[in-house]
Design a protein around this ligand. Structure first.
Ligand code: TXD
Length: 308
């Protein structure tokens, strides 16, 4: 009898533990929560175990400080690293998180050579490149979660402004996970109708601006990064892989010529399925959008150069 898939969360902090709770409650997979803090992942796993009878979920949940317990994972989610404090940019996390990511990625590959890996740690695009490069996983097996979150933030603001269901808004946000992300208004629809039928250019520009700085807006209130929306975005990617949904989403994927870019991870639309990034979708970009994408890729490559 096929056992449940196995998902390991490397980093059992705010996002990692929220992911664990969503996956457990929906009986998506057995879980391993790994962290460097002694006792913390074990305590959170025990807490989730004790909640199970209330919701009736029968997944196995282990908390650990040892990679042996992650052996043979189908999907690994990496949130390990430090998070932003008010006034910090995602780029300020570069040196510390790159060092952590190199160690984590090697350990993941050693114990789960066939896993698909979703990187969450910031600066996202660079961390995904580092994880992919040091682990030796196929490039299509390593991806970064950002576009699903950025597109969701954009869609929330649009739905709120028009006063329609959030499930009717479809948005596409390309580029780096940072202040230079590129929400493509041209590709945003509401129930299949272009968003420009509902909102003026000025209102849409304001929404684009708010989307770009949405992460910082939450950090300024929470004094740490968002975690409910990132965790929810990650779980949708985990399901796309485990259930081979061939979902069309935006995520940080490895480009090898697509969009005129080489050897870089950056947010683009992909088909996500059991093999990870099944296909990269090249959408038509206006010259200004293409220039923005290339400029962001240049910044990402400069940061990669600093940590390689
Ligand atoms: O959309 C996105 N990709 C972003 C990502 C959205 C929000 C947050 N973004 C980034 O995710 C954030 O800037 C951080 O770099 C990560 C994780 O954010 P989280 O809010 O979960 O941070 P926490 O609560 O500090 O959790 C990080 C955990 C913490 O428990 C550490 O002890 C652990 O990582 N950690 C490690 N675990 C395993 N191995 C190592 N080496 C390690 N180092 C720290």
């Amino acid at each position: 009898m096929k056992s449940r898939p196995k998902v390991s969360l490397v980093g059992a902090g705010n996002i990692g533990s929220t992911i664990a709770h969503i996956i457990a409650q929906n009986e998506i997979a057995d879980l391993v929560m790994l962290d460097v803090v002694e006792g913390m992942p074990q305590g959170k796993a025990l807490d989730l175990f004790e909640a199970a009878p209330v919701d009736g979920y029968d997944v196995k949940i282990i908390g650990t400080n040892s990679y042996e317990d992650t052996q043979g994972s189908d999907v690994i989610v990496i949130t390990a690293g430090i998070t932003r404090k008010p006034g910090m940019s995602r780029d300020d996390l570069l040196a510390t998180n790159a060092k952590i990511m190199k160690d984590v990625a090697k350990n993941c590959a050693t114990h789960s050579p066939n896993a698909k890996v979703i990187v969450v740690s910031n600066p996202l695009d660079v961390m995904t490149y580092v994880a992919s490069s040091v682990s030796g996983y196929p490039r299509s097996s390593v991806m970064g979660m950002a576009g699903v979150l950025d597109s969701a933030r954009f869609s929330s603001f649009v739905a709120n402004e028009i006063n329609v269901s959030v499930s009717d808004v479809n948005a596409l946000v390309l580029g780096g996970h940072g202040d230079s992300m590129i929400p493509l208004i041209r590709y945003c629809t509401v129930g299949g109708v272009p968003v420009t039928n509902f909102l003026s250019e000025n209102v849409l520009d304001e929404i684009v601006k708010r989307t770009r700085f949405a992460g910082g807006e939450i950090v300024s209130m929470l004094k740490t990064s968002a975690y409910y929306s990132p965790a929810t975005a990650v779980v949708s990617m985990v399901k796309a892989i485990l259930f081979d949904k061939r979902k069309v989403i935006t995520c940080a994927a490895y480009l090898n010529g697509e969009y005129g870019l080489e050897d870089v991870y950056i947010g683009v639309p992909v088909i996500l399925g059991k093999n990870g990034v099944e296909k990269i979708i090249e959408v038509e970009l206006e010259d200004s959008e293409r220039e923005e994408l290339h400029n962001t890729a240049t910044v990402i490559k400069e940061m990669i150069g600093k940590v390689s």
